[in-house]
Design a protein around this ligand. Structure first.
Ligand SMILES: [Cu+2]
Length: 470
């Protein structure tokens, strides 16, 4: 495996050679060497060394695929293969992906570029690549059986088309999709505009990531591929909190975040402390008249949304899916509600039969973050993440947008926790408490009930354990 740094060192030398002397057609007839990345870190933006200039994107916990210029054609080499992805510290998953990672590397091109992509299949079964959202010749659309024969194991296919439309796209297999997407095969694609575009603003920071989900039993390594809806790991670029890097920006930066959804359910993505507009979809930039301020936007299955905002409030701002069960990891699912159940005595008698028995969730689930619960090996804690005050008690689709006045332009290094100015932090009231004056009434029904006896009613609530749909 070649590290990215080594690869760039060698490509920059090779690139210089290409620029200085014409390389023979024989050499150019060979496939471009596939770049491989094995680390799950967020790599700095890949500055375009040749071709038209653009402002590159930053792939959250990912990287951009280098290319080779061959007689004016941008050549990429994708290798579909089994990979090991660290989804967060202490938890590795055996997935399928491209070039050493799931998701695969981001592909960045410029409107009008002629693009040639070599796809080598190192999976145990056939595959293909569909270029979601692209305008292209029908035969390049990547639908196995319909527009091309499958790429059999060991074979390499060539896709070639002109990136006609600027925008936000993704790629994924169109062959045994349920398996291959459940195993993590997907990647991001950005086509930058060729010229100044009236609907595409220039931004200071441009982040991309895919929403994906897995069903991996605690202690296991391989996703269950037959799962239809009841996934237990909700990830961004195959990472779960606290494994997802923060999105670091400089105060007053104009920020774009592009999100694609390749899970089997929708995700209302929510940003704290700012308002954003949806500036584009996988269908292209949205007209200015169709943009309105939001703090949450739903990204439905198979959709892409790009949001834009001015990062003008310093702080550590939560950024997450608003489905509460998508911000917890595997252990949190299929647990019955125990709130209000008094286990005193019961736990003792059960312990005599089942030595490891422990009571969970009697006072809510927040305990779970603190509890030193023995986890099976290779399992992400259900809710965790140490914040500056205490545990954030989150998992899954959660990260932090860090806005800092003194962050340097183009610097993505984690600045640490935000130092809140004195007197601006929520605090505990320690004065006297007045007894709350309870409002007394018989309710406010649209049809008042006469002579209804009013008394306290004890209500027992048991939350059903969902098996179909989250
Ligand atoms: Cu979600």
């Amino acid at each position: 495996m070649v590290s990215r740094r080594e690869f760039f060192k060698s490509t920059s030398i090779a690139g210089a050679a290409v620029a200085a002397t014409a390389v023979s057609r024989v050499a150019m007839a060979a496939l471009p060497e596939p770049a491989i990345q094995t680390k799950p870190d967020t790599m700095p933006p890949l500055m375009p060394g040749n071709g038209r200039h653009y402002n590159p994107v930053v792939t959250l916990n990912g990287w951009t695929l280098p290319w080779r210029m061959n007689n004016g054609v941008k050549e990429f080499h994708l290798v579909a293969e089994p990979v090991v992805r660290e989804m967060c510290e202490g938890f590795k998953a055996h997935l399928w992906g491209y070039n050493g990672q799931s998701p695969g590397p981001t592909i960045e091109v410029v409107e009008g570029d002629r693009v040639r992509i070599f796809v080598t299949n190192k999976l145990p079964e056939h595959t293909s690549v569909h270029w979601h959202g692209q305008r292209l010749p029908n035969g390049m659309d990547g639908v196995t059986g319909l527009t091309q024969p499958a790429i059999q194991p060991g074979k390499t296919f060539v896709y070639e088309f002109i990136a006609r439309r600027p925008g936000t796209f993704m790629y994924h297999p169109h062959a045994d999709e349920m398996t291959q997407m459940a195993m993590g095969m997907m990647g991001f694609w950005v086509t930058h505009p060729k010229n100044k575009h009236p609907l595409i603003d220039e931004v200071d920071r441009d982040f991309v990531f895919l929403l994906n989900s897995y069903d991996i039993d605690p202690g296991a390594y391989t996703p269950k591929i037959m799962t239809m809806l009841d996934f237990n790991l909700w990830s961004w670029n195959s990472r779960v909190f606290p494994g997802i890097d923060p999105l670091v920006v400089r105060k007053n930066d104009k920020v774009r975040i592009r999100i694609g959804n390749l899970t089997m359910t929708n995700h209302p993505i929510h940003l704290h402390g700012h308002e954003f507009v949806v500036s584009g979809t996988d269908g292209g930039p949205t007209p200015k008249t169709g943009r309105w301020p939001e703090v949450t936007t739903d990204v439905a299955v198979g959709q892409m949304r790009q949001i834009e905002f001015l990062a003008d409030e310093e702080g550590d701002w939560a950024f997450h899916c608003h489905k509460a069960h998508h911000t917890m990891n595997a252990m949190g699912h299929d647990v019955p509600t125990m709130i209000g159940v008094d286990h005193r005595g019961v736990a003792k008698s059960i312990s005599s039969l089942v030595p490891d028995y422990m009571v969970m969730g009697e006072r809510g689930m927040a305990d779970m973050a603190e509890m030193e619960m023995p986890l099976p090996d290779n399992t992400a804690p259900m809710m965790t993440g140490e914040g500056p005050f205490e545990s954030v008690a989150m998992g899954g689709m959660f990260s932090v947008v860090k806005v800092r006045r003194d962050q340097k332009p183009g610097d993505y290094k984690d600045p640490g926790w935000y130092q809140q100015p004195p007197g601006t932090t929520a605090f505990e009231w320690t004065g006297a408490l007045a007894a709350p004056a309870r409002f007394k009434s018989e309710g406010n029904a649209s049809m008042p009930v006469k002579n209804m006896p009013v008394k306290d009613v004890e209500v027992q609530v048991r939350k059903p354990v969902s098996h179909a749909g989250h």
